[in-house]
Write a protein that binds this ligand. Sequence first.
Ligand SMILES: [Zn+2]
Length: 207
Amino acid sequence: MEDLLLVVDPQPTFMELCPDELPVPGAEAVIPVINRILAGPIARAAVTQDWHHPRHASFASQHPGRQPYDQVALAYGPQTLWPDHGVRATPGAAIHPALDQAKVVLVLRKGFRQDIDSYSGFRENDRSTGTGLAEWLRAVGVRRVFIAGITRPYCVDWTAEDAAALGFESWVVTDACARLGPEAALAESKARLAAAGVRFTTAAGLA
Ligand SMILES: [Zn+2]
């Protein structure tokens, strides 16, 4: 069985390095944890990269009278609004320079359609537009995916749930993930993932 570490959105835009974007407390601290996993037996890795149009529909700035974290209805359903972040080809959207990319064989940009957000690395938020990641993983023979990065319970958890739904053995590496929001939301997401067949491990478990 081929294993792959999928690193979700390891980008400065989600770190305190970019205080005017979407900083997640402690997010930068997951990079050395991920690097330790990459120094271990795992053979390959892929990275997702949030890569938004400057006027992306998930930005509160594009909805007059709305604030970040408000919920709105977009064409495909409910969407949380965010501060501007992950704007394509900006410094904040780059892959964090400290990430060890030696084993990274795919960088997949997501959320690039102006009108659709994409938390998951597999499917956009309309839940029907694929990113091609599942097909790529199958093409290179990956069966088991370990997921780390930024952030739970959003992009990491949605990616893990989709990995399981699409037939991969899906694991979340809990101490290699950043977290955003209340503990209750994280617990609710964890229960949903467990029911979907997602499993949980730690970086030490991959050493
Ligand atoms: Zn985004």
